[in-house]
Design a protein around this ligand. Structure first.
Ligand SMILES: [Zn+2]
Length: 181
């Protein structure tokens, strides 16, 4: 059986453990560009929930977060979810490229990890110049993921050898941006 797709929140970068806590958000930028995000519901997202504490409404959230259209993640999963995204692309509610990226992210295990690593993989020559990073073959997907996993292992081994055992393992760099408001 295929590995399950793991969903990650674009707002806090953490894993969405319960599908019921996930949303697909359609955000329209000031220049009219539409972007699609997979996020936690603000009430449970570590990045926003403190702004909703003590019965406060959405007025404390950044406007782009409070004002975006969002729908339950579960409605975008499986074959029916795929049909929904395709229909939104056909109706031009979703830009084609954004919509196709969303589809791959929701349907293909580890696609997000692949897409985060692929530019570097191309620069490093892991994939040849003929590869199209937007439309990978299964072989290209696996090659990039295995390369990435090998680097992560090498990193761990380096830390094991060179860090004194009393020092806590180095934390991963915080990816959260400072663009909240
Ligand atoms: Zn989150």
């Amino acid at each position: 059986m295929a590995r399950p797709v793991v969903h990650w929140c674009d707002d806090c970068q953490l894993r969405i453990d319960d599908v019921a806590d996930g949303l697909v958000a359609r955000e329209e930028l000031f220049n009219g560009r539409v972007i699609l995000r997979v996020v936690h519901r603000p009430e449970v997202c570590p990045r926003w929930r403190h702004k909703l504490a003590h019965g406060q409404g959405y007025e404390n959230l950044p406007r782009r977060v409070a004002g975006r259209d969002s729908f339950p993640l579960r409605e975008f999963l499986g074959p029916f979810g795929m049909l929904r995204v395709l229909a939104s692309i056909a109706a031009e509610d979703y830009p084609e490229r954004e919509g196709m990226e969303l589809l791959k992210r929701l349907q293909v295990p580890d696609y997000l990890a692949f897409s985060n690593a692929v530019d570097e993989a191309v620069r490093e020559g892991v994939l040849g110049p003929e590869a199209d990073p937007l439309h990978p073959t299964l072989w290209e997907l696996r090659t990039v993921l295995e390369w990435r996993a090998g680097l992560a292992r090498a990193d761990e081994e380096f830390l094991d050898v060179f860090e004194p055992p009393t020092v806590a393992k180095r934390k991963k760099p915080d990816k959260g941006g400072g663009d909240d408001e």
